[in-house]
Write a protein that binds this ligand. Structure first.
Ligand SMILES: [Zn+2]
Length: 445
């Protein structure tokens, strides 16, 4: 398998290639990179994945990420050799992705107005650090370990820092977390502190913090684990892998995600492109991305709400100048992303181009929902006995909105991804104390 995996620029006109040990997150012309595999994995692996669900004591079979290691084998190891797995693959005792699979949730289905049999919701909040990030962090930290990095670096205000800090602590690596000084409530970083990460406060906004984290990573032997890292995307492919596996590899009609930095959209698109190319699936599910109304960059650009042009990947020729003009417009008007769903409070989605590629491949859609709608979505998930954060509620109410608009048909099979569990204790408390909220159960005396 040696020489099977490599990195390739996503821009088809550029197409620069790099060895798998490369740690730059972009090609030298500034385009993003994909992890590529020369070999086509045989679909007979479906049986192997099924058998690994009986883990026989191996954490790499227990792990919902590494169970699919043959489809993300950038370490180019013998995937059946558990000693090699132990030497290379980073895992929190098999916990990443282990409890994540799609469930029926009847109260959510009733609220949405879809048959319970047609709706699946997949909670990623039961990952060890509490969000989907652990899927991609397991693979990014595996690559960091593979190239001998001693320190991982990210800019984050929440879930990414928790996941990075957890894996770094478990692997005995250092972890630096860059944040904009004075703009982040300390509580949002409590997990990063708990896992011993070094918080670095940067004068400026989140974009400045990200820029400094990238500079410092490059200049001081750090390894970047934000979602612009192509190895993060590899691990996040296992989110749709698990959904598809539980549907016996029969594609649903839709896979629905909350939209933030668009790493999930990108990884789902890449997973589907690969499975389709390899002949594992015959039908391509459509991706729906649900932005918050207050942080709606993708939806605005995709739906032609800025300068009247609907931006598309356009076979690798997206109108990137339109994106630049949109960002300039945000700066000039002083428009900052604003939503209580902080996990998707992002104005400049780092993966927007890969996200557009995913939407083009899957004939996808993008739309927005309000904060109060997201709170209803979050709360109705809770009534089924599942915990999720406010941003995850976007998947639920996004499906509802798209059904009301007849974009999703009532007899379609829909998988919604619930990206993280509740980390802001007061959000459900405040929701339920207000009797005007749709699903509120106020305290009584
Ligand atoms: Zn390039």
């Amino acid at each position: 398998m040696q020489g099977d995996a490599y990195l390739k620029c996503v821009d088809p006109q550029c197409g620069l290639e790099y060895p798998i040990e490369n740690t730059n997150v972009q090609c030298e012309k500034g385009h993003m990179l994909d992890v590529k595999y020369k070999n086509k994995p045989s679909s007979s692996l479906k049986e192997v994945f099924y058998e690994r669900r009986n883990s026989e004591g191996s954490i790499f079979n227990e792990s919902g990420v590494w169970r699919f290691r043959d489809l993300l084998n950038f370490c180019q190891i013998d995937t059946e050799n558990l000693d090699e797995c132990s030497k290379y693959l980073v895992s929190l005792d098999g916990a990443e992705g282990r409890q994540s699979k799609p469930y029926h949730m009847s109260k959510a289905a009733e609220f949405i107005g879809i048959s319970n049999n047609n709706l699946w919701l997949q909670p990623e909040g039961y990952n060890p650090s509490g969000s989907f990030k652990d899927n991609g962090m397991a693979t990014a930290v595996t690559h960091a370990k593979m190239i001998g990095a001693k320190k991982i670096v990210c800019a984050s205000t929440g879930n990414t820092s928790a996941s990075a800090g957890m894996f770094a602590a478990n692997e005995g690596m250092n972890c630096d977390v860059y944040i904009p000084a004075g703009q982040i409530a300390p509580g949002k970083l409590s997990q990063a502190y708990q896992f011993g990460a070094q918080i670095v406060e940067v004068d400026g906004n989140f974009d400045d913090a990200l820029k400094q984290s990238l500079d410092d990573a490059q200049n001081h032997d750090g390894y970047t684990v934000n979602s612009i890292n192509p190895f993060r995307i590899e691990g996040q492919k296992t989110i749709p892998f698990r959904a598809l596996e539980y549907l016996d590899w029969e594609s649903p009609d839709w896979i629905v995600y909350p939209g933030g930095a668009l790493g999930n959209t990108s990884s789902c698109g890449k997973a589907l492109m690969e499975l389709y190319e390899w002949g594992w699936i015959k039908k391509i599910p459509r991706i729906a991305v649900i932005n918050s109304e207050g942080a709606s960059t993708l939806s605005d650009l995709y739906n032609g709400k800025f300068e009247g042009e609907e931006i598309r990947w356009n076979k690798g020729n997206p109108n990137t100048e339109l994106i630049s003009r949109y960002y300039n417009h945000l700066d000039k008007e002083g428009l900052k992303p604003k939503t209580k769903a902080t996990a998707i409070q992002i104005g400049r989605p780092a993966n927007i181009l890969k996200g557009l590629r995913a939407l083009e491949f899957t004939n996808g859609v993008a739309t927005t929902v309000s904060d109060s709608e997201m709170l209803d979505g979050m709360s109705v998930v809770g009534l089924n006995g599942f915990d999720c954060e406010m941003a995850s509620g976007a998947s639920v109410v996004g499906i509802k909105k798209l059904i009301d608009e007849e974009i999703i048909k009532k007899d379609d099979i829909v998988v919604g991804i619930l990206t993280g569990r509740q980390k802001d204790a007061m959000i459900p408390v405040d929701y339920h104390r207000n009797p005007e909220n749709r699903f509120a159960i106020p305290p009584k005396n």
